[in-house]
Design a protein around this ligand. Structure first.
Ligand SMILES: [Zn+2]
Length: 291
């Protein structure tokens, strides 16, 4: 506890201290938490990142607020995923009269085609995350040439961490027999993960969380869970847990835990950064799949 005199001294010191000339940070927006983490990694101290859909949030069905419009209006760069992920973003940018450059990170990847169109969940393959990082680096360099060296260095350091993460995930599954690598998730968010890391996902909901699950679709999933010997049913941090729990109850499959699909966790969770969330998912899956 500071004494009264101490407090006065502190207040005076703050008053007389010469203002430190600080370079103003570049205001940027990230549409959702995972991109927010990427932009912070590359931008470091030079940028101030405002994220629209925060931890555990569902970007598919998000409803923007006036505060989001203000973030957009101030931003020099607006980083979005695209591929139909944030269906509300274009209207928000138009309504806010945002003048910042829109950088659509999903454009750079080889998009998977799902039944309902392009699969937006590209970040679930670490190789695609690397493509996002390079695009973020280039966009920041274009608006802030003075920071070019910083962005290059930050991106290079993070890209090498992503290489290590990718190798770690591959290794996590290396001892698990192919026939055991089948699980249920809530929505179809893990197609890129499946493609890269060789785990098969069955999901009652499609590529978006928007559509309701019909009784017929659910019955189909339950049948296929029973036939295919699915190792576990996983919850998702952005989805209602009841659906997965019901499938587990009706089939006798075990509930494997919670996966981070379309959002990071809050700071206290195990998925507060992209690297942590991918590592968490891989470990939870491997635990459930191990014979
Ligand atoms: Zn999704």
């Amino acid at each position: 506890m500071l004494s009264r005199r101490g407090l006065i001294a502190l207040a005076l010191a703050a008053f007389v201290a010469p203002a430190v000339a600080e370079t103003p940070k570049i205001p940027v927006v990230a549409s959702f938490s995972i991109i927010g983490d990427f932009v912070r990694e590359v931008g470091g101290d030079r940028v101030s990142v405002a994220t629209i859909v925060g931890p555990d949030g569902d970007a598919h069905v998000y409803q923007p607020s006036p505060a989001d419009g203000r973030k957009i209006a101030q931003a020099r760069l607006i980083f979005v995923n695209g591929l139909g992920f944030e269906g509300w973003i274009e209207r928000l940018i138009a309504a806010a009269k945002g003048k910042g450059t829109v950088v659509t990170l999903g454009k750079g990847v080889a998009a998977r085609a799902g039944e309902e169109g392009a699969d937006p969940h590209a970040w679930q393959d670490v190789g695609n995350a690397k493509i996002y990082i390079s695009a973020i680096r280039d966009a920041l360099k274009a608006v802030d040439a003075q920071g070019a060296e910083t962005y290059e260095a930050n991106a290079a350091a993070y890209l090498s961490k992503l290489d290590a993460l990718d190798a770690e995930i591959v290794k996590t599954f290396s001892n698990i027999p192919k026939e055991r690598r089948r699980v249920v998730s809530t929505h179809d968010a893990f197609g890129y993960f499946a493609q890269r890391y060789g785990v098969e996902f069955i999901a009652p909901q499609g590529l978006s969380t928007e559509a309701d699950v019909s009784a017929r679709d659910l019955a189909k999933i339950i049948r296929s869970v029973k036939q295919n010997e699915v190792s576990a049913v996983f919850l998702e941090n952005i989805a209602d847990p009841r659906l997965a729990k019901r499938i587990a109850a009706e089939t006798g499959a075990r509930v494997g835990g919670e996966l981070y699909s379309d959002a990071l966790s809050d700071a206290k969770g195990d998925g507060a950064t992209y690297i942590d969330m991918m590592r968490h998912n891989a470990r939870e899956l491997a635990k459930a799949l191990a014979p």
